[in-house]
Design a protein around this ligand. Structure first.
Ligand code: SF4
Length: 263
């Protein structure tokens, strides 16, 4: 292909979530897990390969015409989302420029499920690192997809959040042995689980055993969408962590902002 022809190729596009009419890129703090409290730029991708019934970023996947149930279905005024309106296709240069505008070098790739778009995310990470080697990247993932070699080389930290039975996804969809194998052995990964009740804990213990996940890679967090709800489960969960050698994580974003989005 001649040089002239190659200039006609479309630039790689990253499909970001669109919130309040704009691609969702914002500066906040990491709310939970291994890097809790760390100021971070969040880049939220659109699309997900799961459909959790309680998902709080359902505008990334719960499209009009799909059959997925959601706990908000019975709420007056809740509607599924028009796919075209809620996806913002952006060039890598646009996203890199938006990220670089913030005075922060820790970047969190979140979603949706960001690992559905590994190739453009690698491009984004490499582009930002050419502007500063200090950039550090975390990805929030549901742990169902195995990283490519290029993605694994570029990422600094996997925050793996496997979904449990209470998510409404079938086991076949949410539990992928090859991906578990990868994340269980990766020194870059930590697993975090939101726990509401004893049955969730039993399921987590079963998963850790089945997939040989070491306790020191595990963070448990209380379920709840308000500070009051989190407080109700905190003491119990701290004891569970002490007994099993897990780490406890608060959920700062819920403590500070409740269910508000884009913060
Ligand atoms: S995996 Fe995450 S983004 Fe996807 S549906 Fe579940 S909670 Fe939502």
């Amino acid at each position: 292909m001649s040089r002239a022809d190659s200039t006609l190729l479309p630039a790689t596009l990253l499909k970001l979530a669109r919130l309040h009419g704009r691609p969702e890129i914002f500066f906040s703090i990491q709310g939970e897990g291994k890097s809790i409290g760390l100021p971070s730029v969040f880049v939220r991708t659109a699309l997900c390969n799961l459909h959790c019934i309680w998902c709080d970023t359902d505008y990334t996947w719960n499209w009009v015409g799909t059959r997925f149930p959601h706990i908000n279905d019975s709420k007056p005024g809740y509607r599924k989302f028009e796919k075209k309106q809620w996806i913002a296709p952006c060039t890598i240069a646009e996203v890199a420029e938006a990220v670089a505008a913030f005075p922060c070098k820790n970047v969190i790739l979140t979603g949706g499920e960001p690992m559905l778009q590994q190739a453009p995310l690698v491009e984004l990470m490499l582009t930002l690192r050419t502007t500063s080697p200090d950039y550090r990247f975390e990805v929030e993932t549901n742990g169902t997809l195995v990283p490519t070699t290029a993605f694994d080389a570029a990422i600094d930290q996997y925050n793996v959040s496997p979904k449990l039975e209470n998510s409404g996804n079938t086991r076949r969809l949410r539990e992928k042995p090859a991906a578990y194998r990868f994340f269980a052995q990766s020194p870059k990964s930590g697993f975090k689980f939101v726990i509401a009740e004893k049955s969730d804990l039993d399921e987590v213990l079963g998963l850790l055993k089945t997939h040989s996940i070491a306790p020191e890679k595990v963070w448990l967090m209380p379920e709840g969408t308000s500070a009051k709800a989190l407080a109700k489960r905190r003491l119990w969960l701290v004891e569970v962590c002490k007994e099993n050698g897990f780490r406890f994580s608060d959920r700062l974003h819920v403590q500070i902002w409740g269910a508000k989005k884009g913060v």
